[in-house]
Ligand binder design. Structure first.
Ligand code: ATP
Ligand code: MG
Length: 727
């Protein structure tokens, strides 16, 4: 069979072994997923197994689709009927057939609740028990509920283990309400899909046997990230006659924070003995430097089994690392490299940019748009389309617009955060605005349109907007926004809901405005908003030709010719949280994530970071510690380097540096600038190239806090930044 010819002996063994259960443990790019797809083709074509007797479970819908396409490309329509899906979709299918057999009155067309529905159920509970969102954020309570469910702790059990008069007790009470409400609606949340399936398979022998009889061959990809309940479901599905094939790479476990348990794949042979274990040692994906570089990083994890992955590929490209002098230079460099790749014949869709967290896409998106590079965010929303960014920009629009355009902004934020201004009131304002030919803001300024609480809220809102309208000419835009977002309670709302990602996004927007101010010291708010309008335009169409942007978690299992790992700074990746926890566990998971990121690349891996002051982290940034772990033979460094090196230039190739304590800036000839942090002291008068004169307030922690004379106010600037000179 031609599709079997290309397999190496271990892969061939894994594809054709059908005498019992099989486990494939192997590193990234060694063909694990390819073994599953080829195996499915082999079962159907060579052994004559009916496609509908084959089940394959993958981690994401994208992976499921790719797996199906792959089998179809080998077999054509002969493959139709095989069942390839995520575990959640599989559970939905099973429950739609059999949930009524639970005997609890659940109909087969049960509702699945999403996160918005969940929140509104919590709201009801909070109202009923007089609980304040301030003290019990929705996100926090929902993760408590999910954790209880994951451990199969019932509301009653949760109540009895919680101490009297504690927050646990209150959460357990909400959990109880939530469960009763779902049951009343006969609705299931995402956790329930797994729990109900597990429960049904456990208690109903008839159902269990029915589903066991359905599948003779079960495959699970990315098995290293399976959690207890998922594993239990898989176990119930495997009959004596069934062949189970699991594949995974313990070095790519990146979901332990959500309950994934790597011990499941390690101890698999105990539950399913006898198990045939196959190791795959040849990597077919990446060129030698990428493979060697990624391996040198993951080797630093103590808690792992060493693997020996090799490649027989000859052609090679070293990993390229660029450390930008300041934030703005990093995305510019990425765009420049993307253009170079395109000029050398790459297509946009061969290129992916991966990052640790969603908010990081902002600076890059802006530059991509400016450089006219088509891009798409996979599994996420473009930065300027995110709700909190639109809210923040609407607040800013309220300050300068006086025409009908203000209506859209006003409608968006008049009750965000909640201030008891309901739809009725908004409708009344709209009616007035139409009949009196005024914009909605003029209406509320000139008329009382509501009564009681709502009118008081409107008055407060007007007071707030008017206050900031008066400050537009005397305050910087970033300070206006920061003040507004704080004073209107928006940031508090995000904090109450523990919306970390949204908080990061708003901070990132403030960062964006600061960039604008630095580049345009005389720029006005109106100019800023006009510029932004260009970025919020509709997505471009480009025949499927897009650079793909996504988080590393979303890139699991995928591969691209060219991969950029963006914003690889300590505190971002590894995350501040993992670093501050101190223990090894969290840092090792971050390192596995780096391993996943690096091993997505086939031909070329670019890594970048920027060494400047980060508004989001509120400190200066240094390159990720993981970059220093990359084998020096496999990587070339460009850009600024660490202070531990004395001779440095900003543009030339640099040897990799040792752990950095502080940064030294150097000019084109390699001389360090005359000014040093020793010279600049608290109280000194300085001049900034964009912000003008200022007084130094603080010089601790590598950052200078400087009060400028004009509307720019107090700014934090990296120590020794060339834009500052002493007066
Ligand atoms: P990951 O751990 O990232 O999920 P994986 O082990 O699942 O990786 P695959 O995605 O299956 O690896 O394979 C990596 C690449 O190598 C794919 O492009 C695949 O087609 C190719 N490949 C795998 N085995 C062979 C082979 N024997 N000959 C040629 N190419 C191969
Ligand atoms: Mg795979």
């Amino acid at each position: 069979m031609s599709y079997l010819d290309s397999l190496n002996p271990s892969q061939y063994d894994a594809v054709t072994y059908t005498d019992g259960h099989i486990r494939i443990i192997a590193g990234a790019g060694s063909g694990k997923t390819r073994v599953i797809t080829t195996r499915i083709a082999y079962l159907i074509e060579s052994l004559g197994i009916a496609p509908y007797r084959i089940l394959a479970i993958t981690f994401t819908n994208k992976a499921a689709n790719e797996m199906k396409e792959r089998v179809y490309s080998i077999l054509g329509d002969d493959a139709s009927g095989m069942f390839v899906s995520t575990i959640h979709s599989f559970c939905v299918r099973l429950l739609r057939e059999d949930i009524h057999k639970m005997g609890d009155g659940y109909p087969r067309n049960f509702t699945i609740v999403d996160s918005d529905d969940q929140k509104s159920i919590l709201k009801e509970a909070y109202k009923m028990y007089g609980i304040e969102v301030k003290s019990y954020s929705y996100a926090n309570v929902l993760s408590y509920i999910s954790a209880c469910k994951g451990e199969e702790i019932s509301p009653e059990a949760a109540m009895s283990i919680a101490n009297e008069f504690t927050s646990e007790k209150i959460k357990a009470q909400v959990y109880d309400y939530y469960e009763k409400r779902l049951e009343h609606m006969k609705a299931l949340d995402f956790d329930d899909l797994l729990l109900f399936t597990n429960r049904l398979l456990k208690k109903d022998q008839e159902v269990r046997v029915k589903w066991q009889r359905r599948f003779d061959y079960i495959h699970v990809d990315e098995f290293q990230d399976v959690d207890k309940i998922q594993y239990s479901i898989i176990r119930y599905l495997v009959s004596d006659k069934c062949n189970l094939c699991v594949v995974g790479d313990p070095d790519q476990t990146i979901y332990t924070w959500r309950g994934a348990d790597v011990n499941i794949i390690m101890n698999f042979e105990k539950d399913f003995a006898p198990v045939h274990t196959v190791m795959l040692n040849e990597n077919y994906r990446s060129c030698p430097s990428i493979l060697k570089g990624a391996n040198s990083v993951i080797k630093n994890n103590k808690n792992r089994i060493d693997k020996d992955l090799y490649t027989s590929r000859q052609e090679d490209n070293k990993i390229i690392h660029y450390s930008a002098f300041e934030e703005a230079l990093e995305p510019a460099w990425v765009c420049q490299q993307i253009n170079k790749c395109i000029q050398s014949g790459a297509a946009y869709r061969d290129i992916a940019v991966l990052y640790r967290s969603n908010y990081l896409s902002r600076s890059l998106e802006k530059q991509l748009l400016e450089a006219r590079i088509p891009y798409r965010i996979y599994g996420g929303v473009r930065f300027y389309d995110r709700a909190e960014i639109k809210d923040a920009l609407s607040y800013l629009r309220m300050l300068i617009h006086d025409n009908a355009a203000i209506d859209l902004a006003l409608k968006r934020i008049i009750n965000v955060p909640k201030r008891s201004i309901g739809n009725k009131t908004v409708e009344t304002i709209e009616d007035y605005s139409r009949s009196e030919n005024m914009n909605m803001y003029e209406v509320i300024k000139n008329h009382d349109v509501a009564r009681g609480k709502a009118q008081t809220a409107l008055n407060d809102f007007i007071k707030l907007i008017e206050k900031y309208r008066n400050l537009v000419n005397s305050m910087s835009i970033s300070m206006l926004l920061e003040g507004l977002m704080d004073e209107c309670g928006y940031m508090q709302m995000l904090e109450d809901d523990k919306e970390t990602e949204r908080i990061e996004n708003v901070k990132e927007l403030i960062n964006d405005i600061e960039d604008f101010e630095t580049a345009n010291p005389d720029g006005t708010l109106d100019e800023y908003l006009q510029q932004i309008a260009l970025y919020t335009d509709k997505e471009q169409e480009n025949n499927g030709q897009f650079v793909q942007l996504m988080t590393i978690h979303a890139a699991k299992g995928l591969e691209f010719d060219i991969v950029f790992v963006y914003s690889m700074c300590d505190g971002i990746f590894p995350s501040e949280k993992a670093i501050s926890e101190g223990g090894r566990t969290a840092l090792e998971e971050e390192r596995r994530l780096a391993y996943v990121a690096f091993t997505r690349a086939r031909k070329q891996l670019f890594i970048s970071d920027a060494q400047g002051y980060s508004y989001v982290m509120d400190r200066i940034k240094l390159p990720s510690r993981f970059i220093k772990e990359i084998d020096p033979d496999t990587i070339e460094h460009f850009g600024v380097q660490d202070a531990t090196q004395h001779t440095a230039s900003r543009q030339e190739e640099l040897p990799s540096g040792q752990a950095a304590k502080a940064l030294t800036y150097v000019d084109e000839e390699g001389h360090a600038p005359v000014k040093t942090s020793g010279r600049i002291r608290k109280g000194d008068l300085v001049v900034h190239t964009s912000f003008g004169e200022g007084v130094v307030l603080d010089t601790s922690q590598g950052v200078w806090k400087i009060a400028f004379n004009n509307k720019f106010g107090i700014r934090k600037i990296m120590a020794n930044h060339p834009s500052i000179t002493k007066k």
